[in-house]
Design a binder for this molecule. Sequence first.
Ligand code: URA
Length: 210
Amino acid sequence: MMGHVYVFDHPLIQHKLTYIRDKRTGTKEFRELVEEVSALMAYEITRDMPLEEVTVETPVAPAKCKVLSGKKLGLVPILRAGLGMVDGILRLIPTAKVGHLGLYRDPETLEPVQYYSKMPSDIGERELIVIDPMLATGGSAAAALRILKEMGARNMKLMCLIAAPEGIERVHREHDDVDIYVAAVDEKLNEKSYIVPGLGDAGDRLFGTK
Ligand code: URA
């Protein structure tokens, strides 16, 4: 099996992503746009959710209708930039549980190390959407997926705003069971592992730090 990459080319997503990339976009607008794009991506990513039939009484007659068949979702933002996408997704899927995963890069080994995690107790039964807005080298996303598998996760999707080819390759080399959902695949990484052209540092732009 090989994981797939799905690029969401919906015009609204692409339009908003352009303003997210623009360096003139300030923190408030950046955050709002990331939330909006995340909601639109959630709409696309949930396209395959199973439905079941129920009957309701309309004022006129009984109607056979569909409701979501109770598949349990979990969102797992990788701290800190992943937080910026959570509220937009929760707007569409308000009952999803949210687990948090904090990773930092060890300055010597350059490997991602977990410093925080708090997950729903039943992650093994949930479909998890792991959220990492910038898939650059893929190091932290691949580590997050490995850590979550060790915790019992079995069914995961990776959701990013922008990916570099290097990040996609790394995630799929280590996790060929995980599909990746992105708004754009950019050209490359620069010498500081920033995505080119990308949008800069997603965490700094979301939270106004630098
Ligand atoms: N993380 C970011 O926030 N931006 C990049 O370009 C790469 C990693």
